[in-house]
Design a protein around this ligand. Structure first.
Ligand code: MG
Length: 166
């Protein structure tokens, strides 16, 4: 009965599924740059990308990414039961579980991430605008919050490193 999870498999699936759903790590890095450029001297896209990759090696983050993407895909195929199917498909205003799941990512690097998460969720720059496009096609009810949360967590990681605390 000993169940041994292969961590490398989870990591690989995380990167693979993000790519499959049209999310480039560079797109997330651009959000990080957008969030931190005014606060971190000498910030480069390379530093942002490196921090996005580090965030994505955390199991809590990987679990949220895989769960959210799976729910989006099931909703796309009409496989959820109603009324959940309709709520996820239409990203219904009072649903909110997509944001709650994303908070488990934001949480990884402490409370500074919450502000960043709320900020880009409101502005929806870059890749977030594309993911949030509600026209017919792929459903990204969970993925838009997940991508924003990864960017917020990577921003917090940079901010902590810059303050000499990690
Ligand atoms: Mg959402």
């Amino acid at each position: 009965m000993n169940y041994q999870l292969n961590s490398e498999e989870v990591t690989a699936a995380t990167f693979r599924m993000l790519e499959k759903r049209g999310v480039k790590l560079e797109g997330i890095a651009e959000l990080v740059y957008f969030l931190q450029k005014d606060y971190v001297e000498g910030l480069t896209m390379e530093i942002c990308l490196d921090n996005v990759q580090r965030v994505l090696t955390k199991r809590e983050v990987q679990n949220a990414v895989l769960t959210g993407i799976q729910l989006d895909m099931l909703a796309e195929e009409g496989q959820l039961f109603n009324p959940l199917q309709d709520m996820v498909r239409h990203d219904e205003g009072l649903y909110g579980v997509d944001e709650v799941l994303a908070l488990s990512i934001v949480n990884v690097y402490g409370s500074i991430g919450f502000t960043n998460f709320g900020y880009i969720d409101k502005l929806k720059p870059g890749i977030l605008e594309q993911l949030n496009d509600k026209h017919d096609g792929p459903i990204h009810t969970f993925l838009d919050d997940i991508v924003g949360a990864i960017a917020a967590a990577a921003s917090s990681r940079i901010a902590h490193a810059n303050a000499g605390t990690s």
